[in-house]
Design a protein around this ligand. Structure first.
Ligand SMILES: [Zn+2]
Length: 415
């Protein structure tokens, strides 16, 4: 109808545009002529057979493909003698430009990751990509990247989600998420557990002229020795474990001679607690030690702490609603993060993802969390702990946990 009712010039234009669209379509279909799935075989190959990590993860991918395709010779470790094949090259490259990349070039798909954790995640992104119906992946959450054209960096190094849908330690590496019960040597206000029996009196805070059994003295040599024994006995010296070193959850501050000399006041324990953390961080240079910006340790110490020390900042005062940016609570939070950034290299945020009065009514928070994550990232925050319903059921938890795990890798993902 459009062409019939218009002038010759318009007809020419229409033909031109039709031709243009047709040629664009042809170009598109040429560019995507082959999809990752359109081959008879996958030839899985280590980028360098002499490198153990490349070999290990090529084997891992091959074994999964073999099992998930029902061993129908779809996956091969040697070049196929006949049929079409996609060569998948697996490479762990610590010096790569990005944390991960997946690039289809001709008949070669290159999967590259900066470390083995990210390689595992990338391999499952491939398996869950839904490209090939021969690959059984119904046990996996959907992939978040285009497996033929993707490269990027993980936005946060720590991606903790405390929800019932993130309680399977086998699945956590697959979704690249963390969980406090598995990757912290000490978490929360649990310093008490470094003592197998009673807390000795000398490790207790001196408050109002007497020992306070509800708080610690962070200048106590006994407390230090107890933490040291706990770390060495349970986690060794090799490193890679995170420890939260927090006073008990009350307002008491030790006023013993040593703590006062460190700079404690009646309401501020930051000087003695941060001195304690400095000593631990220097004693175990490969583990990570975190203080908290909370109650008596809300203000940062005067001097920078070692590289392996960090702080956990609660986002409780940041209202969980859209358009919070630019408002006073956000300004206060930004100021606090900037103050702490002067003295620690790692800032983790403790944020919330549930209505704690009611786990059953759906709680549509993903849009707000997405906005918050972009905000935290812009402040240089390196880790998130999302406080959900723990091990208790909450409506839509599976969907929200899966989406949040993806957003913790890339907060710019469209919802
Ligand atoms: Zn003290």
């Amino acid at each position: 109808m459009y062409i019939c009712n218009c002038s010759y010039t318009s007809k020419l234009k229409a033909v031109f545009f039709f031709g243009l669209i047709l040629s664009l379509c042809c170009a598109c279909s040429r560019a995507g002529a082959r999809r990752v799935s359109s081959y008879d075989h996958y030839w899985v190959k280590a980028a360098d057979e002499r490198v153990e990590a490349d070999r290990k993860w090529a084997d891992y991918l091959f074994n999964h493909l073999d099992r998930r395709t029902g061993s129908r010779s779809v996956a091969l470790r040697q070049k196929p003698a006949q049929g079409t094949f996609l060569q998948i090259v697996v490479h762990v490259d610590a010096k790569g430009k990005h944390d991960y990349s997946a690039v289809l070039d001709g008949d070669v798909l290159r999967l590259t990751a900066c470390d083995e954790d990210k390689m595992l995640w990338l391999i499952y992104q491939f398996l869950a990509s839904g490209e090939d119906p021969r690959i059984e992946a119904s046990d996996l959450p959907p992939a978040m990247i285009d497996i033929a054209h993707a490269e990027g960096d993980f936005a946060f190094e720590y991606r903790g989600i405390y929800s019932p849908s993130n309680a399977d330690p086998e699945l956590m590496p697959v979704t690249a998420s963390h969980h406090v019960d598995y990757d912290w040597g000490l978490w929360g206000h649990n310093l008490r557990r470094v003592f197998p029996g009673e807390v000795p009196e000398e490790a207790l805070a001196w408050v109002d002229g007497q020992r306070d059994e509800n708080q610690f003295c962070f200048s106590s040599e006994l407390l230090f020795k107890a933490v040291e024994a706990y770390v060495t006995d349970n986690y060794g010296e090799a490193g890679g474990v995170r420890f939260a070193i927090m006073p008990n959850d009350n307002g008491a501050v030790c006023a013993c001679k040593a703590c006062m000399a460190a700079g404690n006041t009646r309401k501020v324990a930051t000087p003695s607690v941060s001195r304690f953390i400095r000593r631990l961080a220097e004693r175990y240079p490969h583990h990570l030690f975190f203080t908290s910006s909370y109650r008596t340790t809300e203000v940062p110490p005067a001097e920078p702490l070692p590289q392996n020390a960090g702080v956990i900042i609660s986002a409780m005062d940041l209202p969980l609603r859209p358009d919070f940016a630019g408002k006073r609570p956000a300004e206060n939070f930004s100021r606090k993060v900037k103050e702490w950034r002067k003295v620690v290299s790692r800032i983790y945020v403790w944020d919330y993802m549930r209505n704690f009065d009611d786990y059953f009514t759906p709680y549509p928070c993903l849009g707000v969390l997405s906005e918050r994550l972009r905000y935290f990232h812009s402040l240089g925050v390196k880790g998130l702990f999302y406080n959900g319903s723990g091990y208790d059921y909450a409506s839509f938890d599976d969907l929200q946990t899966a989406a949040l795990a993806c957003m913790l890798i890339n907060p710019d993902l469209p919802l």
